[in-house]
Design a protein around this ligand. Structure first.
Ligand SMILES: [Zn+2]
Length: 439
């Protein structure tokens, strides 16, 4: 199994600047080939990693976003690997040595088979597993991310917090790698995503930012770590990024659009209460630290389900409120196909008016026999970010500096030379297992 390092958030356009910051590793990468990784329609880590782990598209593996409705469009659960309809296989090799997984979405602690460092997305109080790791100061102080809204304001403290968290993670990764007691090694960095949110596009190429020196220092440590990984005697290093950033030209509220079409009704009576309740619960489970941005921006408890035919409780995902699937569903089996068609047509027409050709709507297959709770539609609009809980249908003001794009990349060692230039996440599993058997 190759050693995988993910630099989610960086795109092909950042690759030269990235290499310039890691000169020792760069000399190794000169023999590697660069491939684009297109995750369309997805722009966020969870569904892309689900496709990598299972080798199957979202409507088969069941993961379409950060969370999923749990028996009601008003109740959400953070998506984890136990919700996958196809078990992830590539990282749990069944060998006697455990796999190391650092900061990877969806994966849960598994003390017998995994050395696990949290990515901060799960509503559990553990940050490292097995528990014995907590005896060591290096791992005891590991936190997956700065628990603050990293997308607002470029305050110096926020930048430093992001770098501190990633530096600690890097030290943990180096230590676990050096112990050499693992059968597979997967390490994901989030610093490049966080800093792009805070600083904007191409910040890596800028040499004279106030924080540039701190970034160079971090890159030095990263360079040494990557060089060590690339020098492993029997396993090869693969670097990938599952999404990148682009300018943000608008934000959009899909639920507001569905409401305008008469498909959705909000229950606005308890907005503040439900927000505060979430804040308390999440604060409690996360060792008392402040909850993350994503956890708070949830539609949970805000729909008038009896009057809602379709909603987008998870970013980019539109579900039909079927009574066969959801306890408080309002769309009967008889009216399902008609409603689905009307919602699909409405979205297609309205989004074309607003965004021309620069969007895609991917529909789940109609005759899928599985009972998967998957969205009927995945909506993805280029350079547009969904803010589905508050605000206008479309806003072009007060936008984030950047937003995610579904284009990532893969950097592969020479023995993968015949691999296509453009790849999709579902192809990764085949690629990795095939190349395992190559000389
Ligand atoms: Zn991001």
């Amino acid at each position: 199994m190759p050693i995988l390092v993910s630099v989610d958030g960086l795109g092909l356009g950042d690759f030269e600047a990235f290499k310039a910051l890691i000169p020792r590793t760069r000399s190794v990468l000169e023999n590697y080939s660069l491939h684009s990784l297109s995750a369309k329609p997805f722009k966020s880590a969870q569904p892309v990693w689900a496709e990598i782990f299972t080798g199957q598209p979202w409507f088969k593996n069941g993961c379409a976003g950060y969370s999923k409705p749990n028996r009601s469009l008003n109740k959400l659960s953070v998506f984890n690997e136990t919700h996958l309809l196809i078990a992830p296989t590539i990282f749990d090799t069944g060998n006697s040595a455990p796999s190391v997984v650092i900061n990877v979405p969806l994966l849960m602690p598994n003390p017998k088979r995994r050395i696990w460092l949290s990515d901060g997305s799960m509503p559990i109080s553990k940050s490292v597993s097995p528990d014995s790791l907590r005896q060591e100061p290096l791992f005891r102080d590991y936190t997956p991310r700065p628990f603050a809204d990293i997308t607002s304001g470029p305050g110096r403290k926020r930048l430093n917090d992001c770098l501190d968290v990633e530096t600690r993670r890097l030290q943990c990764a180096r230590e676990l790698f050096a112990r050499n007691n693992w059968s597979s090694f997967l390490w994901r960095l989030t610093i490049f995503d966080h800093l792009t949110h805070l600083l904007g596009l191409r910040f890596l190429a800028a040499e004279d930012l106030e924080i540039s020196e701190a970034i160079r220092q971090f890159a030095d440590s990263l360079d040494s770590a990557l060089f060590d990984l690339a020098s492993h005697p029997s396993e090869e290093l693969i670097i990938l990024s599952t999404y990148s950033h682009v300018r943000c030209r608008a934000s959009m509220n899909l639920n507001m659009l569905l409401a305008q079409g008469g498909f959705l009704k909000l229950d606005i009576s308890n907005i503040t209460e439900s927000r505060e309740k979430r804040f308390t619960i999440v604060g409690a489970v996360q060792d008392g630290s402040s909850p993350s941005f994503q956890t708070l921006r949830s539609m949970e408890g805000r729909l008038d389900c009896a009057k809602t035919l379709a909603a987008s409780p998870v970013s980019g995902c539109v579900y039909i409120n079927r009574s066969a699937v959801f306890e408080d569903g309002s769309v009967s089996n008889q009216s399902y196909l008609g409603t689905r068609q009307r919602v699909g047509n409405f979205l297609q027409t309205e989004l074309t008016k607003m965004f021309g050709q620069s969007f895609v709507i991917e529909a789940s297959p109609l005759n899928d026999a599985s009972n998967a709770v998957v969205p009927e539609f995945i909506v993805s609009i280029d350079e547009v970010e969904f803010h589905d809980m508050e605000g206008n249908c479309v806003s072009e003001y007060d936008l984030p500096r950047t937003t995610h794009s579904s284009k990532g990349f893969l950097v592969l060692p020479q023995k993968y030379a015949k691999v296509a230039d453009d790849l999709q996440p579902v192809q990764m599993q085949d690629l990795l297992t095939q190349c395992q058997s190559m000389p």
